[in-house]
Structures are given as structure tokens and as C-alpha cells.
Design a binder for this molecule. Structure first.
Ligand SMILES: *[C@@H]1O[C@H](CO)[C@@H](O)[C@H](O)[C@H]1NC(C)=O
Ligand SMILES: *[C@@H]1O[C@H](CO)[C@@H](O)[C@H](O)[C@H]1NC(C)=O
Ligand SMILES: *[C@@H]1O[C@H](CO)[C@@H](O)[C@H](O)[C@H]1NC(C)=O
Length: 238
């Protein structure tokens, strides 16, 4: 299948991804998109660390991916905590934003993250937008209240243009990156990947494809996919 080849090309070698999902816009402007909004709904995800719900994106003119997404966290004394991520795996990416540091999963790049004390009920829009030149900002927006939190900002090397109009997202259980694991021990979770939107002219509508399993636990983690009005809902785990 085409998606299997895409995953082999695009998924980082160390990523114990479980589920993939393609996203795309109908058209790609010549210089790429200046913004993309990725909706995520993790209303029913347990409040424990371990899962990463992400969308990847590429820029025209440079080879390596960026990610943005959400991770559940344990509740703190104030209630639930939502962790937002915005990172670049592109060598030569720089940042001076306080939420960001050099390196991404032990590789070149920049990683930015923020924790907010917030409910899991709303859909969260993760916005990736060009701010000037080759600089990009990642913002976490509560789609029901409109409350915005900047996750971070970074600058790609010169030559980078806008965002390409398709890529894949994933559900990863990152504790498995550290060593051996049993598929039947995967905790239960649920996330909905919404259709991407953009304010860039000429992109046409955005789509998400069917979610599909991959990796060594394919067929063994209770995967279920449901198409909803909001996007594609993924259930995994026990
Ligand atoms: C978020 O997902 C939950 C569980 O699937 C669903 O009940 C809820 O309606 C979704 N929220 C929105 C805004 O679509
Ligand atoms: C989040 O909640 C924790 C625990 O109640 C508190 O210490 C922290 O200051 C809160 N963070 C913000 C940004 O309000
Ligand atoms: C980013 O914004 C600057 C203007 O501030 C513009 O020159 C540049 O072309 C934009 N890049 C993209 C990819 O839209």
C-alpha cells in the first residue's frame, strides 16, 4: 500500500508508532501553505503520560519534518493538564523562545512544549503559522473558548518555504521507545484527528484519510477506527 511506503520514508526510525493517518489539502500553492490548523479531540483519553497524538508536516525547500500534537498528562492539584508539542527535526532550526530547546528526540532540530491546566473536553486546534521570513509559531487553541497558548516559535534555515499540502500523523506510545514491550499491555486511549484547515488562499478543502495500524503490534492492540462528523476517531489499547 502507498501509505506503508510513506510511513517507511517519513516516520522517524525510533518511533514506536501504532497508528498512522494521512492528511492533505486538495491543492498546494507554489510556495506552500503559510498556515495549517490541525484539530485534535482527546476528550476520552485517560489522564496519564505515554501517548503522543501528532501530525507531521514538511516544508518546501528543506527535507526534514515538523510535528505538532497533544499528549495527556497526569492531573495536578489543580485538575487536568494538557501538554502541547511543536517541534522541528530540521537541522539548522533555531529558537530563542522560552518553551523551546535544541534537539528533537536526540536528533538535530528544536523541540517546544507547554503544559496548560485545562479540560480534555474541548477540541484543541494546533495552529502552525508563518510569522516572518522562515519563522514559524505553534499555538494551542481551545476551540470552544478560543483561549490561545503559544507552544513555541522556531526559525528554519534559509531556503525553507511554506508547508507542503500532505503528510501523515500518528498515535505513538513513547514509553515503548525505551525497550521491549508486550502489545497486550498497551493502555486504552482514544483520540479524534480532525480535518486540517488553512487560511492560505488556493488550498481547497482539507481531508484526513482512514487511520491504519503499523509497526510490530499491528493487529494486536485493539485498534478501532470510526469516521465521525469531526474527523477520524481512533481507539487503541486495553
Ligand atoms: C470529542 O470526542 C468525543 C468522543 O468521541 C465526542 O463525544 C465529542 O462530541 C467530540 N467533540 C467535538 C467538539 O466534536
Ligand atoms: C497549574 O496548576 C498548578 C497546580 O495547581 C499550579 O501550580 C500552576 O501554577 C498552574 N499553572 C498555571 C499556568 O496556572
Ligand atoms: C512568511 O512571512 C513573510 C512575511 O512576513 C513572507 O515574506 C514569507 O514569504 C512567508 N513565508 C511563507 C512560507 O508564507
Amino acid at each position: 500500500m502507498k501509505t506503508a511506503a510513506l510511513i517507511a520514508l517519513l516516520a522517524p526510525a525510533t518511533c514506536w508508532g501504532l497508528v498512522g493517518i494521512t492528511w492533505k489539502f486538495e491543492n498546494e500553492p507554489t510556495r506552500g501553505l503559510k498556515d495549517v490548523t490541525f484539530p485534535f479531540n482527546m476528550t476520552n483519553a485517560p489522564h496519564e503520560s505515554g501517548f503522543y497524538f501528532a501530525q507531521q508536516f514538511n516544508f518546501k525547500g528543506v527535507p526534514d519534518v515538523g510535528y505538532t500534537g497533544l499528549q495527556p498528562r497526569k492531573d495536578n492539584s489543580g485538575g487536568s493538564v494538557v501538554h502541547g508539542v511543536f517541534s522541528s527535526f530540521q537541522k539548522g532550526t533555531t529558537s530563542s523562545h522560552r518553551n523551546c530547546h535544541g534537539g528533537a528526540d536526540g536528533k538535530p532540530g528544536v523541540s517546544c512544549a507547554v503544559d496548560i491546566n485545562a479540560s480534555y473536553s474541548p477540541t484543541y486546534n494546533l495552529v502552525v503559522e508563518n510569522t516572518s521570513g522562515t519563522s514559524w509559531r505553534g499555538t494551542l487553541i481551545d476551540a470552544s473558548s478560543g483561549k490561545k497558548t503559544i507552544i513555541g516559535e522556531w526559525t528554519l534555515p534559509s531556503g525553507a518555504l511554506g508547508i507542503k499540502s500532505s503528510q501523515v500523523g500518528f498515535v505513538e506510545f513513547y514509553p515503548w521507545n525505551a525497550g521491549p514491550h508486550k502489545c497486550k499491555n498497551l493502555p486504552k486511549t482514544q483520540v479524534t484527528f480532525g480535518k486540517p484547515t488553512s487560511e492560505t488562499g488556493g488550498t481547497g478543502p482539507g481531508f484526513v484519510g482512514d487511520a491504519y495500524e503499523y509497526g510490530d503490534c499491528k493487529g494486536k492492540v485493539g485498534f478501532k477506527m470510526t469516521t465521525t462528523g469531526e474527523g477520524v476517531r481512533v481507539d487503541v489499547g486495553f
